[in-house]
Design a protein around this ligand. Structure first.
Ligand code: FES
Length: 139
């Protein structure tokens, strides 16, 4: 069984309800959402044509891709249009006011070869914090 390693990415207070943050992870990005007081993390790249899911809007626990509006379950990453497609999702936890995202230690695809040998604190940065566009739903 693969070991999950939790990495601190930002303070809880830096991600209010209804906000998302894009976290750089080696040569990849992870979109982190605070949706209705619960935190979710998915790969920030739509498996359809690569649009940034962190800039999508959320409705009833589903991320709607800003590219062509394909929909993904926030928790599992499952695609609603295509049962054979999903985006990667990651476990998130909060400890002592900080948010941690869990990665499989041997997940080269996510960390990237460049990041693999760096100390963990160099692998992450907060590039932006964006509010999901969702005028009809109370976040
Ligand atoms: S890029 Fe996401 S639906 Fe096309």
């Amino acid at each position: 069984m693969a070991v999950t390693r939790y990495i601190r990415v930002l303070k809880e207070e830096d991600l209010p309800i209804g906000k998302s943050a894009i976290i750089s992870v080696g040569d990849q990005e992870v979109a982190l959402f605070n949706y209705k007081k619960k935190l979710y993390a998915v790969k920030n790249k739509c498996p359809h044509k690569g649009a940034p899911l962190g800039e999508g809007r959320i409705e009833e626990g589903v991320i709607i891709c800003p590219g062509h509006e394909w929909r993904y379950n926030l928790e599992t990453g499952d695609c609603m249009q295509n049962p054979y497609m999903k985006t990667e999702s990651y476990p998130v936890k909060v400890r002592d006011g900080s948010i941690y995202i869990g990665f499989k230690k041997d997940d080269q695809k996510i960390l990237g070869s460049e990041a693999y040998n760096l100390p963990s604190e160099l692998k992450f940065n907060i590039s932006s914090v964006k509010k999901p566009i969702n005028p009809e739903e109370q976040l």
